[in-house]
Design a protein. Structure first.
Length: 154
């Protein structure tokens, strides 16, 4: 019987490094996936901003107001991305613990932050928008809607 216990203990000790290496590999994969997702998000933001600018067909006079809008769009996209990642983790923790009230409060906090983001974009866009012709205003509404998105992951 002692022999079986010793063999079982040795097998467990030999298996332990493989388990810890496997966990480390999964952790590295998760970090690589998170980095890739971040890079993908940045690429999509760049593409959407470029599409918005191209679609507006700005005049030389309008270009001076574009820079401040682009800066705000990038800032809002970056803060929203970070906020979403943090909220996903918090929501997961709350779900595991059945913290419904805390989850509702988190949702309210996220809606407030989204509202503040929209105010920032509106303030930055106002000077440019006021200089646009009707066709540009129409395209602005269409393209900005595409930029902001209304999907479940916002």
């Amino acid at each position: 019987m002692k022999k079986h216990l010793i063999l079982a203990a040795m097998a467990a000790l030999l298996a332990f490094p493989a388990v810890s290496l496997s966990a480390a590999a999964e952790s590295t994969d998760a970090a690589a996936q998170a980095k890739q997702a971040s890079e993908d998000h940045a690429t999509l933001v760049d593409a959407k901003i470029a599409a918005l600018k191209t679609g507006l067909k700005l005049t030389t006079a309008q270009e001076k107001n574009w820079e401040s809008l682009e800066k705000v769009l990038r800032e809002v996209a970056a803060t929203r991305s970070a906020r979403k990642a943090e909220a996903r983790q918090q929501a997961s923790d709350m779900l595991e613990k059945d913290e419904v009230i805390a989850g509702m409060k988190l949702g309210a906090k996220l809606l407030k932050a989204r509202s503040e983001d929209l105010d920032k974009v509106a303030e930055a866009a106002a000077p440019l928008f006021s200089s646009m012709d009707e066709a540009q205003k129409h395209r602005f509404a269409l393209l900005l809607h595409t930029f902001a998105g209304h999907s479940a992951d916002q």
